[in-house]
Design a protein around this ligand. Sequence first.
Ligand code: SF4
Length: 396
Amino acid sequence: MTERNLFLIFPRNMTSDSLKRLRDWFRANAAELPWRPADLDAPRDPYAVWISETMLQQTQVSTVRDYFTRWMERFPDVETLAQAEEAEVFKYWQGLGYYSRARNILKTARIVASLQRKMPETRKELEALPGIGAYTAGAILSLAYHKREAILDGNLVRIFSRLYELDFLPTDKAEKSCAEIYWEYAREVADSPKAYMHNEALMELGRTVCKAKNPLCENCPLRSECRAFMDGRTAEFPPTKKHTEKSWHGTVLVVESADDKILAVIGGQKFLDKQLALPHFESTRGAAVALPAKAEDYINADEIDSMDYRGTFRHSITVHKIECDILYIKLKTKSSKAHLPMQDKADAKSSFEWVEKAKALETFANSFSLKALKKVMDPFSNVDTRNNGFPPFGRE
Ligand code: SF4
């Protein structure tokens, strides 16, 4: 999935206003920590960032405090550490577990010292060093060097999953884009001169407010845009177990008015929320013998002039393996006169637009809608159709 497509599926949500609220919250609530200077805008010692972030992997902040202080007193810089014996380094690490981390720290210190350099300033060079992965490299680059570099740890995953109701984990294997989608949100936060503060503020927010259990949403600066909070579903995100694939069968409507316009919807859809899409809803494959009842949320059955089944296409969005019937409905009414029942609902999450049919292929920017449209515009287009041409729907 390309970066452009990711953007189209998950439009940017972190506005400058929400990031400012995040920064204000952090300035007011940042805990005093041995590796955190009082001046939150001050660039930090990359060595100290590296040591603290490595210690913090899978270890509580409260535990790391004393270890970090003792370590920095004995090994205040890369050169001092590089000259130490492994046995002594282990002694200062004893109790933190995962001794491979201490061994890698020593190896990396010796490599950096042998090159007579400070910690590298590029992600490529950092990630080439033993024990430094994408997360630690991002932390060093953003917190120490103030570069616009993203980080993604468990805290940020939990926050992004809840903010955007992502029902998959970066480690889910069903679609290789799962991790990339999380990283895209992380890059969005880091795409600012204040990346260092956004990254650290989110880590702190995840640690102290957006906790794994019972998040303290009333104290959260992001609650006004948090979808899980607004939907009362914070306990559902992030998902507790990995899943490989979710099958979804649905129907997509290509509704054409008498004045050659196509009905488009924004919001309130299973997929493609907040972007222009064709109306779609879950349905049982082949079960319908007439207009699906759900379709009557979108159109008035009395206004239908003709209805054709135009095949079924397959599509993937994150962990969802989608199979979707295309229903092409022509209305007797013009777009301005068409009655759209969902608009009458006070709690409707959807809004509607009519798109010129001649411009529809340029107007819809997601391949889900385009696949259905192409099958309507050109019935012989290369869409993965099923059912050997026999429609699952009856015709009027
Ligand atoms: S509103 Fe609640 S669930 Fe949403 S990000 Fe904030 S703390 Fe987490």
